[in-house]
Design a protein around this ligand. Structure first.
Ligand SMILES: Cc1cc2nc3c(=O)[nH]c(=O)nc-3n(C[C@H](O)[C@H](O)[C@H](O)COP(=O)(O)OP(=O)(O)OC[C@H]3O[C@@H](n4cnc5c(N)ncnc54)[C@H](O)[C@@H]3O)c2cc1C
Length: 382
């Protein structure tokens, strides 16, 4: 039996940040992962993750994302590496859609620097993008991408430097609350700790089974295409993009996103909406799905016609959807010594730096000054 102050289960996006924050507070922390993070088996791989401030999903995320930007910058300085690349972000959609009106509302509420554009403005300023008459757009300058695997590696390096022990290729089978502490059983060891942090991504439902939260895992492919016109390169001013097509108003389909060309792998593009159910995240189908690829190619042909839709690379990933598509970050209602983040619903990576800090607060003091109240379990109680 190994004893420590805190066990963190899962050292992916959120867990790597939590381990670092906890270790920096002088605690004896053990981070456990069934793979060797950063890895491509969970939800945090594929080179890039979008980061943006004017949050159309829910304006309450804005203060959290602003704190996340600051923490990413501090991590870059501590690790002496560049993680955030500011490319700007072009968001396009119908005037009665969810994206552009939501972006403009969040920007107005929080005083963010976002410009609303007409279809003609987009054609003039971003000639690589085709926009139908009647669509509108928003341009956010303080947005871009994070290098996802490097972010996790940097958090884990900093965690180790602060004294944390990261144990890879070790799978947690179950945990038990014992008095005010926990016992965590893996396929190799048992750990006794005062606190437990669960950040298991697509496997959260298994480790938080007793909470009975309906978490659904979706298969989400990512694609890289090329060659493409020079105007789609980040160093030629091409922004990241998020495009809500008219289809998105009728069904869960037709929201596409992507990143400008930043390396030999070409332009990344994928569909944010939809995705097949994943019954067992350990057995995710990683093959190319022709129907899914066809939809992304169709979008590119219509909207970014200067990109050749020859596939250069692909990767399958997973979204873990909560019932309302907002994260769930809280203490376990029956075991105060257990805290967790789950159901990041396909938009959580940009927040992982701040969620790690929030979990460290919850685990050490039982509360946090970070504005995460809207992400609590309570909202499902009614
Ligand atoms: C294709 C795709 C595109 C995305 N794009 C964006 C984007 O542009 N911007 C954005 O902000 N977000 C985006 N997201 C969402 C974001 O990447 C995820 O919300 C975030 O990475 C999830 O982090 P996590 O820590 O919850 O999960 P993970 O990073 O998967 O970490 C969970 C970890 O727990 C470990 N684990 C699980 N169970 C056990 C166990 N029993 N024992 C030991 N270890 C265990 C796993 O091995 C894994 O390392 C995207 C997601 C996908 C799939």
């Amino acid at each position: 039996m190994i004893t420590c102050d805190v066990v963190v289960v899962g050292c992916g996006g959120v867990g790597s940040a939590a381990v670092m924050h906890l270790a920096r507070r002088g605690l004896r922390v053990v981070g456990l992962d069934r793979f060797t993070p950063p890895h491509d088996r969970g939800s945090s791989h594929g080179r890039t993750r979008m980061i943006r401030q004017a949050y159309f999903e829910h304006a309450d995320y804005v203060p959290l994302v602003l704190r996340a930007y600051r923490l990413w910058s501090e991590l870059e300085q501590a690790a002496a590496t560049k993680l955030y690349h500011e490319t700007g972000l072009l968001e396009i959609g119908p005037p009665d859609g969810a994206v552009v009106p939501g972006v403009m509302a969040a920007a107005a509420r929080h005083g963010l620097d976002v410009s609303q554009l007409s279809a003609n403005d987009v054609r003039r300023n971003f000639p690589g993008f085709v926009v139908a008459d009647g669509m509108i757009a928003a341009y956010e300058r303080r947005a871009g991408y994070l290098r996802v695997e490097q972010c996790i590696a940097a958090h884990l390096d900093q965690a180790r430097a602060a004294g944390a022990v990261i144990r890879s290729e070790e799978s947690v089978q179950h945990w038990n609350a014992t008095g005010s502490g926990v016992v965590v059983t893996t396929d190799r060891e048992q750990y006794r700790a005062n606190k437990l942090v669960i950040t298991a991504g697509p496997w959260a439902a298994t480790l938080l089974e007793d909470l009975n939260i309906a978490l659904h895992v979706r298969r989400k492919p990512q694609y890289w295409f090329g060659p493409a016109a020079e105007s789609y390169r980040a160093d030629r001013g091409c922004p990241a993009f998020l495009y809500e097509t008219r289809d998105a108003q009728r069904r869960d389909a037709g929201v596409f996103y992507g990143f400008p060309i930043v390396g030999p792998e070409g332009l990344k593009c994928a569909e944010h909406s939809g995705g097949g159910d994943v019954a067992d995240p350990l057995n995710l189908n990683r093959d190319v799905d022709d129907a899914d690829l066809g939809r992304v190619r169709g979008f590119l042909n219509n909207s970014l016609p200067g990109v050749t839709t020859t596939l250069v690379d692909h990767a399958a990933c997973m979204y873990t959807m909560s019932p309302d598509e907002n994260f769930i970050v809280d203490r376990h209602p029956r075991h105060n010594q257990v805290v967790f983040a789950a159901g990041l619903s396909g938009h959580g990576f940009k927040f992982t730096s701040v969620l790690g800090e929030a979990l460290a607060d919850l685990a050490t003091t039982g509360s946090t000054e970070l504005p995460i109240g809207f992400l609590g379990l309570k909202r499902f109680q009614s």
